[in-house]
Design a protein around this ligand. Sequence first.
Ligand SMILES: NC(=O)c1ccc[n+]([C@@H]2O[C@H](COP(=O)([O-])OP(=O)(O)OC[C@H]3O[C@@H](n4cnc5c(N)ncnc54)[C@H](OP(=O)(O)O)[C@@H]3O)[C@@H](O)[C@H]2O)c1
Length: 309
Amino acid sequence: MNIFVTGASGFLGTSLCKKLESGGNSLEKPCSKTCDLTKQDSLKKFDGIKYDKIIHLAAWTQAGDFCLHHPGEQWVINQQINTNILSWWHDKQPQAKLLFMGTSCSYDPSMEHAEENYLAGVPIDSLFTYAMTKRMLYAGALALTKQFGLKFNCFVPSTLYGPGYHTDGRQMHFIFDLIRKIIRGKLYGETVTLWGDGYQKRELVYIDDFIRIMLELDEKYDNELVNIGADGEFTIRDFAKAICEKVDYDFEKIEFDTSKYVGAKSKILIVKKIKGMLPDYSLISLDEGLSKTIDWFMENRDKLVSPVG
Ligand SMILES: NC(=O)c1ccc[n+]([C@@H]2O[C@H](COP(=O)([O-])OP(=O)(O)OC[C@H]3O[C@@H](n4cnc5c(N)ncnc54)[C@H](OP(=O)(O)O)[C@@H]3O)[C@@H](O)[C@H]2O)c1
């Protein structure tokens, strides 16, 4: 298959592209330097090629409190990126199926995180802009499909984890941040301070599981929005205890800073729909996923866990 992938250099994009290339697909993987998707004419050079799929992963965001400090920029940049992709899909690549990512942040925290509620209620204030741009992307795909019969799928993942995360010093998703802090505590005796009281809950999906499941779903279904979650969440304290056991660090030494930003208290995705679509739906255990992720951290310790300062 001839596939156009945006965000190919990202955490998900890197692993997904490896998988697609090993399956014999031919990929176009523009990066933001050579193809800045905020610019309307950035895709012009690809107009003449017909793609079977467009996998749209590009988004301007980071974990931690990044969304809290960049709401205006996030609105403009992500709307530009998504509008340019939607418009190019419709104008130049209508034969292609569009696959793109949603986010669990789009759900109203007071409502069940089930697909029928994706556009209902109001997302949490601190992630409002990012969440709304993801909702708009989905709304745009629905509108183009309704009017022009185009095909898409939108996947809504829980936080992804596994080997291959960024090593460029940006804000990390919580699980990578936890691992890094605890390894530093173990190796360099640094104080491990976690944000919040540690009772906020999260769920994780291992990156290879996510890729396998999204590709299987895409083969079998069209025009669906589907949650891909772990069907179970744990407190940050639970995650920290599991990591402490693996790196042999005393959990009791960890400090909790309740003045720090922690986001939603819980955001578990309802996975009833996907279990109906893929009856064999299953993920690797958290224990195995954490071991693989920690091993990768240790292999990259020069870039990831050198002492602060
Ligand atoms: N990771 C998760 O846990 C998670 C959870 C829910 C949803 N998602 C969604 O899944 C997708 C992939 O996530 P990820 O973690 O792989 O993201 P990521 O690592 O932050 O990668 C983002 C990608 O977007 C590209 N990009 C940003 N601005 C661009 C621009 N102006 N023009 C072209 N490309 C641009 C970046 O390209 P350059 O490197 O070339 O700048 C990078 O490849 C995103 O849409 C994200 O919202 C991820």
